[in-house]
Design a binder for this molecule. Structure first.
Ligand SMILES: [Cu+2]
Length: 132
């Protein structure tokens, strides 16, 4: 009898968990957004792991992006104006991205480090690419 009660309690808990998992959506904090399998625990920037994409919007690059050495980084430009992703130092990378949803890609440096970059058209635009 006790066992039966325990099982039914477990069932309710599972149902509740399942409902909560499926109900994510409009503005929920989504504390349980399942990370992709194999992603290492530890520092996980808000930009997320796995996708190496810089989205330019409102003349801003968004949060710093962390990528693996030599990874291909895709840049999407949601502004109407064209932008570039140009490394501040040397010629680590330099890509122009046309406006209106244009995309471009570049290969991240193979040397780990933090790379600041900017837009050659708009000197006020700055971003950070972290290579590890
Ligand atoms: Cu720009």
């Amino acid at each position: 009898m006790n066992a039966g009660r325990r099982l039914s309690t477990l069932g309710i808990v599972l149902v509740v968990l399942g409902t909560a998992g499926c109900a994510g959506g409009s503005g929920a904090p989504a504390s349980t957004s399942a990370p992709p399998p194999g992603s290492s625990s530890g520092i996980s920037p808000s930009t997320g792991t796995g996708t190496s994409t810089i989205t330019i919007k409102d003349f801003a690059y968004g949060d710093p992006l962390t990528v693996a050495a030599g990874a291909t980084v895709t840049v999407t430009n949601m502004d109407s104006a064209a932008h570039t992703v140009t490394a501040d130092e040397g010629s680590a990378f330099d890509t122009e991205v046309k406006g209106g949803g244009g995309t471009a890609s570049f290969v991240a440096p193979t040397k780990p480090g933090t790379y600041a970059y900017h837009c050659t058209f708009h000197p006020g635009m700055h971003g950070t690419l972290v290579v590890k």
